[in-house]
Design a binder for this molecule. Sequence first.
Ligand code: FES
Length: 104
Amino acid sequence: MDSTSKTKISLEIIYNQKSFSHSIEKESSLSLLEHLNQLRIPIDQSCGGFGTCGTCMIRVKDNLKNLSPRTECEEEMSLDRGFMPEERLSCQTYVLDQVVIEIP
Ligand code: FES
């Protein structure tokens, strides 16, 4: 077995009422937004991933606990805009384990 192989986890994305399942590396250093960009999933990102515009917001449909906690700037925006717990800024979020998300 290849000692450099990394554990893969499932990232399921609901987009345009269709569901797509992708395999991503566990404990990846990429943010959720960076994964979406790599997978060529169209999502707005007006501020370029700096957590200031809110356009990259996604909804978590299953396994919210498998995402990283809110960063300070995401917490500020979520309080300011009244985000529900399952509404997350993809640029400020890291996938820790299997999760299902929806692009609104
Ligand atoms: S890209 Fe602007 S808040 Fe995420």
